[in-house]
Write a protein that binds this ligand. Sequence first.
Ligand SMILES: [Zn+2]
Ligand SMILES: [Zn+2]
Length: 348
Amino acid sequence: MEFNLSDHPHRRYNPLTGEWLLVSPHRTKRPWQGKVDDAPPEDLPVYDPGCYLCPGNRRASGDVNPQYETTFAFTNDFPALLLDTPDGSYTPHPLVRAEAEHGTARVLCFSPRHDLTLARMTIDEIMPVIALWQDETRSLGARGDIGYVQIFENRGAMMGASNPHPHGQIWATRRLPREVEKEDASQRAYWKTHGVDLLGDYLKYECETGERVVYANDHFAVLVPFWALWPFETLVVSRAHVGSLLDLSDAAARSLAEALHHITVCYDNLFRTSFPYSMGFHQTPTDGGEYPHWRLHIHFYPPLLRSATVQKFMVGYEMLGTPQRDITAEQAAARLRDLREVHYRARV
Ligand SMILES: [Zn+2]
Ligand SMILES: [Zn+2]
């Protein structure tokens, strides 16, 4: 018997984080006796008078949202980070360390319509969202006290999103967040050794084999990375060697809107549900350092495993040993690729 990736348990290496994961493809044949929830209701009103993100509504802070027509951004009324945090540290013992962290948290409404998602928005409606991500990156990144601008979206109650109104967040900090720090170290080391960027080399390989590529246009490719951990995790990678949203041409920004639209529609179609996920941009830090080794990319981490209600949990061995998946990255890519880009939910 010869080892192969589709039948035998194996480890896969994530070169971005330097971590391994366990893949158990033989288990996809076992019967499922786990938890099945009802699908969440999907019929939302265009405007919800009780929503703190809809235009014209009052938020908990007392501020009233403007009658915005495309996008709207504001500093989170309950931010996880504060710009006026004083510098300081606490180290009573070498093993007991704390440092002040300094930053801000922003909320970004993608649309005035309460009932839309990136999958249900048109390319023309997504373009102002990309412009907003660029504006926020520019203004926050220009601050001397902000070293990293982390753009992300938590979509769906399953991911803990408290409000279905289409919106994302930015947490911006002085220091690099943990995942970014790991990816920075890996990309820097690869650049130093090979003289080319890690994700550029990887993308070239994936485009040659095509096995894990879900979608590609002139400027971006969407693929299930070889080392994907979440069942239908994807990576959206810039085909040009650019590090930041601020480096995108107008044509590349439009290609990005098309790529985001494509993958979110495929996700919704997969289990015929408004697909939950956490997604976020990884771009060059804004701390004034040199980052020629970075390449702009976006991670999608969706929790769903086999239906609209059955999700993957990171528990047991995954908390104590190594994260694990059953369905392989190649199987996931094939399923996503087969979904036609016609949204199952008609836009009203
Ligand atoms: Zn709303
Ligand atoms: Zn990344």
